[in-house]
Ligand binder design. Structure first.
Ligand code: AMP
Length: 117
């Protein structure tokens, strides 16, 4: 795992150092398509400010967490009729690989073995 002070892949996307298929970019969050989609719609919503996981985010800035949920819903409205799963893998044992909190927005038909199932 990368050291806590090293930029994560998501910070590098936010900084424009790594390309991503960006679907939303505002003052507080960026959203882009997952590079290994597990559903026909699989978008990550990432706050620009880094928190390790959703528990840290919720404790520090619940309003930002609410904004992530709102953005996830808007993406789902645009791409899969407003119906979606919202997944925050929290901890290595639960499948978290990038320690910069992110919401997986999954919709439009999930593939087998999906992280949300
Ligand atoms: P998690 O396993 O919950 O930490 O989710 C990390 C997600 O980031 C995985 O679903 C990866 O496929 C995705 N991912 C990693 N690198 C990139 C990238 N460069 N662009 C888009 N998605 C990525």
């Amino acid at each position: 795992m990368a050291a806590a002070n090293e930029p994560t892949v998501f910070e590098r996307i936010i900084a424009g150092e790594i390309d991503a298929d960006i679907v939303r970019d505002d003052e507080r969050v960026i959203a882009f398509r997952d590079i290994e989609p597990q559903a026909s719609v699989h978008v990550l919503v990432v706050p620009k400010r880094r928190f390790r996981d959703v528990r840290e985010l919720a404790a520090a800035d619940p309003e930002l967490l609410a904004h992530i949920v709102e953005v996830a819903g808007e993406i789902a409205d645009a791409e899969c009729g407003g119906e979606f799963r919202l997944v925050f893998n929290t901890g290595e044992g639960a499948g978290q690989t990038v320690f910069h909190v992110h919401a997986h927005v999954l919709g439009g038909g999930l593939s087998e073995g999906s992280l949300a199932s």
